[in-house]
Write a protein that binds this ligand. Structure first.
Ligand SMILES: Nc1nc2c(c(=O)[nH]1)N[C@H]1C(S)=C(S)[C@@H](COP(=O)(O)OP(=O)(O)OC[C@H]3O[C@@H](n4cnc5c(=O)[nH]c(N)nc54)[C@H](O)[C@@H]3O)O[C@H]1N2
Ligand SMILES: Nc1nc2c(c(=O)[nH]1)N[C@H]1C(S)=C(S)[C@@H](COP(=O)(O)OP(=O)(O)OC[C@H]3O[C@@H](n4cnc5c(=O)[nH]c(N)nc54)[C@H](O)[C@@H]3O)O[C@H]1N2
Ligand SMILES: [Mo]
Length: 858
């Protein structure tokens, strides 16, 4: 008689920051070995609310406090669709025409199919290739792409497991992750207000400060209804409603009426993409001209304000940065600029961001990044209600914010690394933004800074090279566990060229899903999702409670998949390095170490932790009295100086003047730079005659970057995918009716988005939620290549983003706010020209499926 099926429930910290940090707690219900549902978790299941000491913010007669259940984003609730995705790599695969003993056919990467092999064969091949390449060229010839967001796994990955093995084997070359989220803050704002190690401002106790003191919130390139879904859950949504209830005005400055603006905005001020600097200068000009800025504050808190003022009023270049000057550049009428400037000077104003919006990742982003700090300083940064508030990553990296409201009693610190936070930097590295150039170049390349966001400001002045002078070597093998470069970074088509270079003899990818850069691999190892593994994780971002979880294994791994860690273990075995790699530790022992290092060992015994499966960190006493944001600096800049060389807000950067005196693209004083030596991506540049639109490429509302583009439940939503006349689900391209009319485009049409770097297709979403002259398509769509390196059906617009770094001395990415043209596509013509690509099998909802890539199908 069969056993009666029983439901079991597990706790998982679901989120996408990776490395076991940043998750939101979920209950996972399992029946007969299958995950049947994922639902919010109730904090008070095992703990009495009194023990958790929930925080409470009281302001203007109202109260804000955490809910007793987790505020899961839709991605978490739907996550079983990712585990059971039809695109899972089922077993190890080898590219059909890659023969390590004969022809390697690098030119066919992205074109040729794969064939099934066993784990034994795959790991034999990997081990012998590793040994061969290292022997022939030296250990540094292996590039590890080991950063990236992803499943919040801790012990099992999701990234970097291979680096430990490569270290044992003598070293490797690291793909150093550029500051991505924070380019403009990192390369710009840091030179005004210090703020090491990460990009943005001090967040301590700001929720309370805003609730009590702020009159106006400027959501400047901020969509907290979308961007918190990837990281923190729904707390920001509640908070935004509460701020409105308190009578605080909410102004949204962005080219698109984004999802938060649509529900929270008292006013939407549309701005042309990446022209914020013009608007910012005009605000500064209005304040100076009308004498409505905080001169007393600047006298004691600023360095070099006079130099800045000279530039603003036109004493340097003869151009006064008036609202009338700015209006045609940024698209905001001069009267609106003046009204905004005056209101800002009158009421306590805080600027709100998630991470800054995509103008912080565009050409010359250092300028709007640092201008924002200049503006905040002119109205007394750190005075009550005047700060910069973040809506995500609350408590990230032990910034003194921990959580903006309650200071946690203990700071969980999961074991494992975070991208951009390497503790043992290898000898040779290449900034992620420069990988294609490094591979394609025949000569040594150089840049400034390690580009890791954990590096201090001074590191930006150091010159680095690839290959290094002393014992350097070019890379000849790539081992990636983050195969989405092409749809996530700058100049993806150039990366495709690099991936097909004959210099690269072997590409190894380990990944759960067959997509994006996996198509360019020679060997693919199948990886599982966190529901299939036993692990440990920490929630630091939800803005509810800090939590530590023991995560039970919900189900058996699907097909032949293994975790990232186990996959590397299999390779280590073949190399005879298994014991050394695992240090003889079992997963159980590693979970125990995680418990030990995360700071809860004196709060709860290991046995109890395992029994309850989670620990909620109680809110610390006295958090309400902690100073808010820049309050200490504001009150006494001498005893609480900034981390800049002068300890003050540097309107004139002393170090940029010293180290880069000739850099026209990042001068000591912020500038308006529409185009320059490095870039021509501006409507003011003649190139715009051919490519008359600016494209905005936000973080995807219905994905987290490259993750989850095949969630069938979400793809039904009209802003998630547009079903074309051919039945294919295209990535939406928002276009204003005025532009659509001119181009003869109607809602639902298949359109081409193109420039001199290539073309991607999309589905027209005709809407007034985007300004004329600008089109918007989210980033991270799955590649569905028509011609590798040229055109793509999936809508992965990073393929046509500029390949160059942000500016001469800033090795950041440019992934939004660049020139494109838009045309209505003739699908019959495309089908006739590219029969193979258009004949690929696709799931009616989940998009392109892997059957088309595996010889004989799955
Ligand atoms: N156009 C445009 N581009 C941008 C930006 C933008 O604003 N606009 N923003 C930039 C920013 S801020 C960021 S952070 C980056 C994000 O870029 P990434 O961090 O590179 O992107 P992700 O898709 O989150 O994750 C990387 C890869 O890890 C995989 N992965 C997930 N879980 C696991 C796992 O457990 N094991 C393995 N082996 N792999 C796993 C994912 O499927 C994906 O292929 O994009 C940048 N690119
Ligand atoms: N759903 C979801 N959530 C995520 C992520 C995800 O991929 N998906 N990624 C996570 C990561 S790694 C990060 S770094 C954060 C990113 O957080 P952010 O940097 O805040 O997010 P973005 O989507 O780049 O941009 C936010 C808003 O900026 C506006 N904007 C775009 N261009 C411009 C411009 O030129 N000027 C102005 N003023 N506004 C502009 C748009 O309205 C857009 O909605 O989100 C995190 N959360
Ligand atoms: Mo990011």
């Amino acid at each position: 008689m069969s056993k009666k099926s029983e439901e079991k429930s597990f706790i998982k910290g679901l989120g996408w920051c990776g490395f076991g940090v940043g998750s939101n707690s979920a209950s996972v219900d399992v029946k007969d070995g299958k995950v049947i549902r994922i639902r919010p978790f109730h904090f008070d299941d095992e703990y009495a609310p009194e023990d958790m000491k929930p925080w409470k913010i009281k302001a203007r007669g109202k109260v804000f406090e955490p809910t007793m259940k987790s505020l899961l984003p839709p991605f978490s609730i739907a996550y079983k669709k990712r585990t059971y995705s039809p695109n899972r790599i089922p077993y190890p695969l080898k590219r059909v025409d890659w023969d390590p003993n004969g022809e390697r056919n690098p030119q066919n990467r992205g074109k040729s199919k794969f064939v099934r092999i066993s784990w034994d064969e795959a790991t034999d091949l990997v081990a012998s290739e590793l040994e061969r390449v290292q022997k022939k060229y030296g250990p540094l010839s292996v590039l590890a792409q080991a950063d990236g967001h992803g499943d919040t796994k801790c012990i099992h990955g999701p990234h970097g497991c291979q680096t430990k093995l490569l270290n044992i084997m003598g070293g490797y070359t690291l793909q150093a992750r550029n500051p991505d989220s924070w380019e403009g803050w990192y390369w710009g704002a840091k030179h005004v207000w210090g703020q090491d190690p990460v990009g943005q401002g001090n967040q301590n106790n700001l929720w309370q400060d805003v609730a009590k003191n702020t009159g106006m919130l400027l959501y400047w390139g901020c969509d907290q209804e979308t961007n918190t879904w990837g990281w923190s859950g729904q707390q920001a949504s509640r908070l935004s409603y509460w701020f409105t209830e308190l009578g605080i005005r909410s102004i949204y400055i962005c080219p698109d009426l984004n999802y938060a603006a649509a529900v929270h905005a008292d006013k939407w001020i549309p701005v042309n993409p990446n022209t914020d600097a013009a608007l910012q200068f005009a605000i500064a000009y209005t304040w100076i001209k009308e004498d409505i800025y905080d001169k007393e504050y600047l006298a004691t808190h600023a360095h070099g304000f006079d130099e800045f003022k000279k530039y603003v009023v036109g004493e340097v270049d003869g151009i006064a940065k008036t609202p009338e000057w700015a209006a045609p550049l940024c698209g905001v009428p001069s009267r609106t600029i003046k009204a905004l400037a005056r209101e800002w000077a009158e009421v306590a104003t805080t600027i709100v961001h998630c991470n800054g919006g995509s103008f912080i990742r565009s050409t010359y982003s250092s300028e709007p990044g640092r201008l924002e700090i200049c503006l905040l300083g002119m109205q007394g940064l750190g005075k009550p209600g005047r700060n910069q508030l973040k809506m995500i990553e609350w408590g990230l990296f032990g910034m003194d914010s921990q959580v903006p409201h309650p200071r946690a009693e203990v700071i969980p610190n999961a074991s494992g690394a975070y991208n951009g936070m390497f503790s043992d930097m290898p000898q040779q590295f290449i900034p992620k933004t420069l990988i294609p150039e490094a591979i394609l170049s025949d000569t040594q390349i150089s840049w400034h800074g390690t580009t890791l966001n954990s590096s201090p400001r001074e590191d930006q002045f150091i010159e680095y090279k690839y290959p290094i002078d002393d014992g350097g070597t070019e890379i000849h093998m790539i081992w990636t566990d983050t195969p989405c470069w092409t749809t996530c970074w700058n100049g993806g088509n150039k990366m495709i060229e690099a991936l097909r270079s004959p210099k690269i003899e072997f590409v190894l990818a380990q990944h759960p899903w067959l997509e994006n850069d996996c198509l360019f691999a020679d060997i693919l190892l199948p990886i599982n999702t966190k529901l299939e593994e036993e692990d440990f994780s920490v929630d630091q971002f939800s803005g509810q409670f800090h939590q530590v979880f023991y995560e039970g294994q919900c189900m058996e791994p699907l097909f032949e998949s293994k975790s990232d860690y186990e996959a590397v273990c299999e390779v280590a075995k073949k190399l005879g390095l298994y014991e050394e790699y695992t240090k003889g530790k079992s997963v159980e022992e590693m979970i125990q170490s995680g418990y030990q290092v995360c700071g809860i060992a004196d709060k709860i015994s290991y046995e109890e932790f395992r029994k309850k499966q989670y620990y909620v960190v109680p809110t610390a006493e006295g958090w309400e009295d902690d100073p808010a944001g820049f309050e200490p600096f504001c009150q006494d800049p001498e005893s609480s100086p900034l981390q800049t060389p002068t300890g003050k807000l540097e309107y004139f950067s002393t170090e940029l003047a010293e180290y880069f005196p000739d850099d026209e693209e990042r001068k000591p004083v912020p500038q308006w730079i529409p185009y320059g030596e490095s870039h021509s991506e501006s409507l003011l540049h003649p190139r715009s005659e051919k490519y008359p639109f600016l494209i905005v490429s936000n973080h995807p509302r219905w994905r987290v970057h490259a993750n989850m583009d095949d969630f069938t439940w979400l793809r039904e939503i009209e802003t998630c995918k547009v079903r074309g006349a051919d039945g294919y689900m295209y990535e939406p391209v928002w276009i204003n009716p005025i532009d659509a009319d001119k181009l003869g485009i109607v809602n639902g049409d298949i359109v081409k988005v193109l420039n001199d770097r290539g073309m991607v297709l999309g589905g027209a979403y005709v809407t007034e939620r985007i300004i004329p002259g600008t089109v918007y398509q989210d980033h991270g769509a799955r590649l569905d290549l028509i011609v590798p390196g040229e055109c793509d059906r999936g809508g992965a617009n990073n393929l046509i983003a500029p390949g160059q770094i942000m500016s001469k001395n800033c090795a950041g990415e440019v992934t939004s706010g660049y020139l494109v043209d838009v045309e209505k596509a003739d699908i019959n013509e495309l089908k006739a020209n590219y029969p193979e690509a258009f004949a690929r099998k696709y799931h009616k909802d989940a998009g392109i499926v892997i059957d088309s890539w595996i010889e004989g199908g799955v």
